[in-house]
Design a protein around this ligand. Structure first.
Ligand code: GAL
Length: 379
C-alpha cells in the first residue's frame, strides 16, 4: 500500500496545508483514488528530443495517458540538467498528481523529488533509475543487464566467434575490437557495459578478442550524454592511436544507436566500408530508424529492440495503480538498488535485431513501416 496515497483525512488536510504554505498552488494528490481521471494531471519529464527513441517514448506515454482520460504535461529537457529540474519544479507547482521521469542525470533531482514527496506526489522512474533518493516509488524499464549480454553476444556472433545464442564456434581470431559505453551519470550505462563485458571477457582472456587500445574500463569507454559527436571523436582518436600501423578494427561494442552512428562516421572517414577494408561488426540499441536503415544496408550489424510502446504501457499501468490508491505490480524487487533503497521494478524483455529480423520484429509489429526503413526516416 502506498503510504503517500493512503493518507487519512487528517493527513490529506495536512498535506493540503503544506501545499498552501509552500505557495505552490499544487492540488491535493492524496485523494486521487476517488477523482475522475480528467481532473488529474500527470507530469512526464523526458531527457531530450535529439534522439528518436525519447520522442517516441514521450508520445507513447502521452497518448496512452490521454486515452485513459488523464491530462498530461509532457516536457523534454534538451539534455540539460537544470532545465529538467526546473521543468519538474514547474510540474509540481502547476499541480501534478503524479510524475513520470526519465532523468538526464540519475542523481540530480533529489530536491525536486523531496518536494514531490512532501506533497504526496508519487514518482515513477522511467527507463533510467533515479538514484540517491528515497523519493522514487517505482521503476519501469527493460532488463538492462540482459541488454548488455545481448550486445556482447551480437558482437561475438557478428564476428563468428559464437552463434547467435552465444555458443562458441571454435573461431580463434584474433579479432581487434574496441569498446564503447554510455553516459556514466545514467544508471543504465553500467548495466549495459557489465552485461556486455561479462559476455566478452572469456574471449578477451583467451586472446580471441584483442582490445588493441587497451581501453577496457567503463571510465575509458564512457560517452558523456550518449553523444554521437563525442563517440565519433573517440573512435577517430582510437584509429589514430592504435590502428595507424596498418591493422584494422574488426568489431566495436556500441551501447546505443546514436553512438553507433558516430562510430560509423569515423570509420567511413577513415576508409572503412569497402571490400578491401570492410566495416567492423558494430552493435547498437533502440532500433532508431536511421540505424535500422544502416542495418538493412549492411553498415551496422545489429541493434537491441526495446519496444517503447510496451514501456509506455507499463508506465501508464503503474501510474493508474498509484492514482487509484494501489501499489503497482513489480516483477523485480531485488536488482535496482538506487543507493538508498531497492526500487520495486517492472522489467520488460529485449530482442536483438539483425538485418534478417527487421521484417518480422520491427515491421510486422508495426514499430516501423517498410517505407520508413527504406528511407531511414520516421513519418
Ligand atoms: C539509456 C537507454 C537506452 C538509450 C540511451 C541513450 O538510458 O536505456 O535505451 O536510449 O539511454 O538515450
Amino acid at each position: 500500500m502506498n503510504k503517500k496515497l493512503g493518507l487519512t483525512a487528517l493527513g490529506a488536510a495536512l498535506a493540503l496545508g503544506l501545499t498552501a504554505c509552500g505557495g505552490g498552488g499544487a492540488g491535493s494528490n492524496n485523494d486521487t483514488a476517488d477523482a475522475d481521471p480528467g481532473d488529474l494531471t500527470i507530469g512526464v519529464a523526458m531527457p531530450t528530443q535529439t534522439s528518436e527513441r525519447w520522442i517516441a517514448d514521450g508520445e507513447a506515454v502521452e497518448s496512452q495517458l490521454e486515452e485513459a482520460g488523464y491530462d498530461v504535461n509532457l516536457q523534454f529537457a534538451g539534455d540539460d540538467i537544470p532545465t529538467q529540474a526546473q521543468q519538474i519544479d514547474q510540474m509540481i507547482t502547476e499541480g501534478a498528481d503524479l510524475l513520470i521521469v526519465a532523468a538526464i542525470d540519475g542523481t540530480a533531482l533529489s530536491a525536486q523529488l523531496q518536494n514531490a514527496a512532501d506533497q504526496g506526489i508519487p514518482v515513477i522512474s522511467y527507463d533510467r533509475l533515479i538514484r540517491d533518493t528515497e523519493n522514487v516509488d517505482f521503476y519501469v524499464s527493460f532488463d538492462n543487464y540482459k541488454v548488455g549480454v545481448a550486445q556482447g553476444t551480437a558482437l561475438l556472433a557478428g564476428l563468428g566467434v559464437t552463434d547467435k545464442d552465444g555458443n562458441p564456434t571454435g573461431a580463434t581470431g584474433p579479432f581487434n575490437v574496441e569498446l564503447f559505453a554510455g553516459s556514466l551519470d545514467d544508471n543504465n550505462a553500467g548495466f549495459f557495459f557489465n552485461g556486455a563485458y561479462d559476455t566478452l571477457e572469456p574471449f578477451i582472456e583467451d586472446g580471441t578478442l584483442v582490445v588493441k587500445s587497451g581501453q577496457t574500463s567503463i571510465e575509458q569507454a564512457a560517452t558523456l550524454r550518449w553523444s554521437q559527436e563525442t563517440a565519433q571523436r573517440r573512435m577517430e582518436d582510437l584509429l589514430t592511436s592504435s590502428y595507424s600501423d596498418g591493422s584494422v578494427v574488426n568489431g566495436v561494442l556500441s551501447p546505443y544507436d546514436g553512438i553507433s552512428r558516430g562510430i560509423i562516421t569515423a570509420l567511413q572517414n577513415a576508409g572503412y566500408g569497402t571490400d578491401a577494408k570492410p566495416m567492423p561488426v558494430i552493435t547498437g540499441q533502440d532500433a532508431e530508424i536511421a540505424s535500422v536503415k544502416l542495418i538493412q544496408d549492411g553498415v551496422q550489424s545489429s541493434t537491441i529492440f526495446k519496444d517503447t510502446r510496451q514501456l509506455a504501457e507499463q508506465a501508464v499501468t503503474a501510474a493508474e495503480a498509484f492514482l487509484e490508491g494501489e501499489e503497482p505490480e513489480a516483477n523485480d524487487t531485488e536488482t535496482y538498488d538506487n543507493g538508498v533503497k531497492v526500487v520495486p521494478s517492472y522489467l520488460l524483455p529485449v530482442e536483438t535485431v539483425y538485418a534478417e529480423d527487421i521484417q518480422s520484429k520491427l515491421i510486422d509489429s508495426g514499430y516501423w513501416t517498410a517505407e520508413e526503413v527504406a528511407s531511414g526516416q520516421s513519418d
